[in-house]
Write a protein of this length. Structure first.
Lengths: 614, 256, 273
């Protein structure tokens, strides 16, 4: 513990101001620490937490349907395919109830029943209604709640906010984290910041796939730079493919848009039984439609967990039953619900999602079914952290999607917001204290320290390097190519042959990148091409580690599906004897030769079971 | 799916905050109508880079209409011609072949141009920092169901809270006023029971902060028309009412 | 007002404002644009009240001559005298009218000052204009021409006072002989046109002003909101139709001063008795 009057003697640097970062920075500020927060956006409110649509889970049992902390804990471990650390998940479930209290007190306008009490909806992977929501904009409302708490601390002078500034390196002195090096996006200035502890809340790496539901600027740079300085990277192959996104429409598409999973509460998923079906949707009779989720998984039906639904969609499309002009989607059909509940009810529940779908595709989901297809969405893997959310670099902490801790091999819907806020509000503000208390009244390295100076020079050289290549192709070109390799070989379906191919292709493409990249403009004024080039550079090295991890994990679990390891009817085949562990990779200096470490997963309460949603 | 041809772009280029800007014209010979507006700019930028020219700088991020990063004055309208739609969700099917499309940055003294089409909107953050929050330090919250909130109240608050802070209201306002942004934040918090304790302090502080950056509302209604979340100007009336009350109200008798 | 792009961390942004000393509350309110809009709205409402009652009072021109005992007088002249006699004997003759006039002058001055300072503020708020053409969606002619219609009305007020209150620009002016002065002034075609144009400008100004004042004072209730625009259109139409009718009626001879029709109350020098 750190005594209240001593807290102001500690400086904490929080990088990233999404749900986890903003809530952590605000809480540190309230506690009295000296806080500096960094965002590469113009404002903390832009972070991609804002795009979460469906909701946030909490074991409140407000619906009286038998929910409890234990059930949420169990569902999360099971949903993660028994690859999460039990203690972390239990803490998450315990804290979940406090999150809702906290957010309501801050003025988050959650949906309410007419009696004025909070409403809940059900979500994939659970048989209770425990998801709190604010229309289809839950992430937005929660982020704004956290942002407002952060804004209050900034206004009061407890937190210093740096905007449009990006982390470009993590600095260690004597094997402890001493601070960070940043680059000012507005003028290219590279600068060091020293602190007692550094918190990375920099989100996931789903953009490694190029096309994903992540925002355009989401990247792995902060986590990757920390990894290169000694932080272990855990389970990089655990990536989540979200089953309900709008299918790609053409080659130059820049990103995919997610349609909230909550749509699966009222939509039925189907494809025509006949792969050569050409009739318009309305003319396909009921008995020629394959409601494949309801058929294969009768007890969960359309609410089967994300990984299961995604693979089922992929199988249908691979079998040629896909729908839409490019035959790359499946139908999500509201006709039955509209008949049963009336159009008004359905529109009230999903109006903003329907409008968004119509804006993007030009089709009205009230009249014809939506077309959906899985897309990269969330990354369960991330920097390895201990129970106190500290990475393998002492003094460097990692929270939110950027760490690996709570979701195992697959994340349940409405759990990401829960984890981000849990880490930021209720876990890290306390678990950071033991580390800090040892540093009381001891000097910490200043930014004039040699390690900072060297790191700054390296960063300047690296950015100048991109400008100096003078090749022919912009960074987007390489990102697109890289994403294609990773999606094809390390996406929904992975095989040894494919992964080995990827492990050969990625370094080759990376070499081409280093030779043929062209970045126009200069390094001393705002240059989005240069920013992008640096991020893509880090995605290459991460991509190699993702494939390496996927290749090493000779089993199928959650979001990681190895085609060599499946049951006769195509379900994932887990191997608890050999792979009930976290794989934490250490940087060796050569991206292709990372050092593997294993953390055995010990289950005291939960017993291994085959995940079945049938 | 079909293609548009011969799109002429007239794009504002400006090297920095203090530089002289100018319009630059570019041709897009062919583009799919499935492309989003920003994807069209991506394609242009890739071409510019290949030609060795500097890419057009513009703010964007989530590309699903929720983060509020994107901006752009397109053909004289903030976020372009489609109502209730942010630039990132605008698609080329809204335009015709042969169209000339004029793209300008938001213009307001409080939003100085950083480069090309990118502006600095940080005065919005200053307004929120001044009072756009409910003081609820971590850990002290009572049970979430302790205070029932009537559904219409929660819904109205949510309507206002849907603001994405993109700045289109300021950009569209003939006076460069931020009343819709500020009004929406004030309504969001002032409508809720939790927001009552700080209601007048909040309103006073936020309005006065707003005043030091932006113009005044003369009730044109352009902001509401430009708002990608279609936030109502009723929120401005709510702000105005609460601001006057903040000056008159005996704050010691707030709970009566 | 313009922000510079200084770089560095942001912190303590609310401290200074929290510690700021406050002026007396009305001045404090007037210190912000929102407060000034209240002043615009309230003084505007005073103006609307005046214009409406002024128009209604003028309708008495259509009532022609009234007989009181042996005396025959134009009804509107009687009304004019009534206004001077208002609240007599609580206040002496003419005092009430002057108090009302002072109120109106005060309202006008405040309206002008607020309008002036808001215009300055708004100019500063967008020091560099859009370089391409704006495509306005809902801002209408009325809302966008408030400054111009306001200036027209202001100029007209000056002319109107010089014409029918002081008689400086009305060669036939007789103090207190309202009907006679009205006829003398509006029989001149250019003057009649001036009145018509000015009143249309006034109507446009009032249309936006009336609607806008509900917003400015925060009168907002979903039950009534859809009536706000209709009410504004109604008020503006009534005032324009009423006021424009006078020059038209004069030109077409409906209003026509006949010295023989009355026995009172103007002597040859034009002094009221």
């Amino acid at each position: 513990m750190v005594n209240p009057s001593n807290k102001r003697k500690f400086k904490i640097l929080v990088v990233g101001t999404g749900l986890a970062g903003a809530s952590a920075a605000a809480s540190f500020g309230e506690l009295g620490y000296e806080v500096e927060a960094f965002t590469f956006h113009d404002s903390p409110r832009r972070a991609h937490s804002i795009a979460a649509q469906g909701g946030i889970n909490a074991a409140k049992n407000y619906q009286g349907d038998g929910d409890s902390v234990h059930r949420l804990f169990y569902d999360t471990v099971k949903g993660g395919d028994f690859r999460a650390r039990e203690a972390n998940v239990h803490r998450l479930a315990e804290v979940s109830v406090k999150i809702i209290d906290q957010m309501v007190a801050q003025g988050v306008p959650f949906a309410r029943e007419y009696g004025g009490l909070l409403a809940n909806r059900s979500f994939g992977g659970a048989q209770v209604s425990r998801t709190f929501y604010a229309r289809g904009q839950t992430g937005q409302q929660l982020l704004i709640g956290a942002y407002q708490q952060l804004a209050r601390q900034i206004g009061l002078g407890n937190v210093k906010l740096w905007n449009r500034i990006e982390l470009v390196d993590v600095v260690t002195v004597d094997d402890k984290c001493a601070g960070i090096v940043t680059r000012d996006l507005m003028n290219g200035e590279v600068q060091s910041h020293a602190g007692h502890a550094v918190v990375l809340a920099t989100g996931g790496y789903g953009n490694a796939f190029y096309l994903s539901t992540n925002a355009m600027a989401c990247n792995v740079t902060a986590a990757w730079r920390a990894h290169r300085r000694g932080a272990a990277f855990a389970n990089p192959s655990y990536t989540q493919i979200h089953p309900t996104c709008i299918p790609q429409a053409d080659d130059f598409q820049s990103k995919l848009t997610l349609m909230s999973e909550s749509l699966r509460n009222d939509g039925r998923i189907w494809v025509p039984k006949d792969a050569d079906e050409t009739r318009p949707v309305a003319q396909i009779p009921e008995d020629e439609r394959d409601y494949y989720l309801e058929r294969i998984y009768p007890s969960f039906g359309n609410l089967a967990p994300r990984d299961v639904s995604s693979r089922a969609a992929k199988r249908a499309v691979d079998a040629g039953q896909g729908v839409g002009p490019l035959k790359n989607g499946v139908y999500l059909d509201f006709a039955e619900s509209i008949n049963r509940l009336g159009l008004d009810t359905i529109v009230e529940r999903y109006s903003n999602l329907f409008e968004m779908y119509e804006r993007i595709t030009g089709e009205d989901p009230r009249e014809s079914p939506m077309r959906i297809y899985p897309a990269s969405h969330y990354t369960m893997g991330g920097l390895w952290v201990d129970y106190e959310l500290q990475t393998t670099i002492p003094g460097l902490f990692c929270i939110g999607e950027a760490n690996f801790s709570d979701h195992g091999a697959n994340r349940l819907g409405a759990s990401a917001l829960m984890q981000g806020l849990s880490d930021g509000y209720f876990v890290l503000p306390y678990t950071i204290a033991p580390y800090l208390s040892d540093l009381l009244n001891k000097p910490i390295p200043e930014t004039t320290h040699e390690a900072f100076v060297t790191a700054e020079k390296e960063a300047r050289d690296r950015f100048q390097g991109y400008l100096d290549i003078g090749g022919t192709k912009g960074p987007d070109h390489f990102h697109r190519e890289l994403g294609r390799i990773i999606w094809d070989y390390c996406g929904m379906d992975r095989s040894q042959i494919g992964l080995e191919k990827a492990l050969a292709e990625i370094p080759a493409l990376h070499a081409e990148f280093k030779k043929d990249l062209r970045v126009t403009g200069s390094g001393s004024s705002l240059n989005q091409t240069l920013e992008k080039a640096a991020r893509v550079d880090d995605f290459f090295e991460l991509g190699i580690l993702m494939c390496q991890d996927a290749l090493t994990r000779e089993e199928s679990c959650g979001g990681h599906f190895r085609s060599e390891h499946q049951t006769d009817d195509g379900e994932a085949l887990r191997n608890d004897d050999d792979f009930a562990h976290v794989t934490a990779w250490e940087w060796s200096g050569n991206p292709s030769e990372p050092i593997e470490h294993r953390e055995k997963l010990e289950y005291e309460v939960v017993h291994f079971a085959t995940r079945s949603y049938k | 799916m079909s293609n548009l041809s011969n799109i002429n772009l007239k794009i504002w280029r400006q090297d920095g905050p203090d530089s002289q800007g100018r319009f630059e014209t570019h041709q897009i010979p062919e583009i799919s109508d499935e492309a989003s507006f920003l994807e069209m700019l991506d394609i242009l930028n890739e071409r510019l880079i290949e030609e060795g020219k500097e890419a057009v700088v513009f703010d964007h991020d989530c590309r699903e209409g929720i983060c509020g990063t994107c901006s752009l004055m397109i053909d004289g309208q903030a976020h372009g011609p489609q109502r209730g739609t942010a630039t990132c969700q605008l698609h080329m099917r809204q335009f015709d072949s042969g169209a000339e499309i004029v793209i300008e940055p938001w213009r307001a003294s409080a939003f100085p141009i950083i480069k090309d089409l990118m502006v600095d909107r940080s005065p919005f953050d200053r307004i929120v920092e001044a009072g756009g929050y409910i003081t609820a330090p971590t850990g002290g919250a009572p049970d979430a169901n302790l205070i029932p909130i009537p559904k219409p109240v929660a819904d109205a608050s949510m309507d206002a809270a849907a603001c994405i802070g993109c700045g289109a209201c300021v950009a569209a306002c003939p006076n460069g006023a931020a009343s819709l942004f500020t009004g929406a934040k004030i309504s969001h918090l002032n409508l809720l029971p939790q927001g009552q304790a700080e209601r007048y302090k909040r309103t006073e502080a936020m309005v006065e902060e707003m005043d030091s950056h932006f113009g005044s509302c003369t009730n044109h209604g352009e902001c509401e028309a430009a708002c990608p979340k279609e936030i109502s100007i009723d929120n401005i009336a709510t702000m105005n009412a609460d601001y006057a009350r903040s000056k008159f109200k005996n704050r010691k008798a707030l709970s009566r | 007002m313009a922000q510079t792009l200084s770089r560095g961390p942001v912190t303590g942004t609310a401290l200074q404002a929290n510690a700021a000393k406050r002026k007396p509350f009305l001045l404090d309110l007037y210190g912000t644009a929102v407060g000034k809009k209240y002043v615009m709205a309230i003084t505007g409402l005073v103006g609307i009240g005046f214009v409406l009652s002024h128009m209604i009072g003028n309708l008495k021109a259509y009532l022609g001559v009234v007989t009181e005992g042996d005396e025959r007088m134009y009804d509107i002249d009687v009304y004019g005298e009534f206004l001077r006699e208002l609240l007599v004997p609580i206040l002496p003759h003419g005092y009430t009218l002057w108090l009302l006039r002072l109120g109106l002058i005060g309202a006008l001055v405040l309206h002008l000052h607020a309008a002036w300072s808001l215009t300055q503020l708004n100019r500063k708020a967008r020091s560099v204009k859009y370089q391409s053409e704006r495509d306005y969606q809902v801002a209408n002619f009325a809302s966008r021409s408030m400054r111009w219609t306001g200036l027209i009305v202001l100029t007209f007020i000056a002319w109107h006072l010089a014409d029918l209150t002081w008689g400086w620009v009305n060669p036939d002016f007789v103090h207190g002989a309202v009907y006679r002065n009205l006829d003398a002034s509006l029989s001149r075609v250019p003057v009649a046109i001036l009145y018509i144009v000015a009143n249309i400008a006034l109507g446009i100004h009032l249309f936006h002003g009336t609607w806008s004042l509900f917003q400015s004072v925060g009168a907002n209730n979903p039950r009534f909101n859809r009536w706000r625009k209709a009410a504004a259109a109604g008020v503006a139409t009534v005032i324009v139709v009423g006021n424009v009718s006078f020059p038209i009626a004069t030109l077409s001879g409906i209003i026509d001063f006949d010295p023989d029709a009355i026995t009172c109350c103007v002597d040859q020098e034009g002094h009221s008795e």
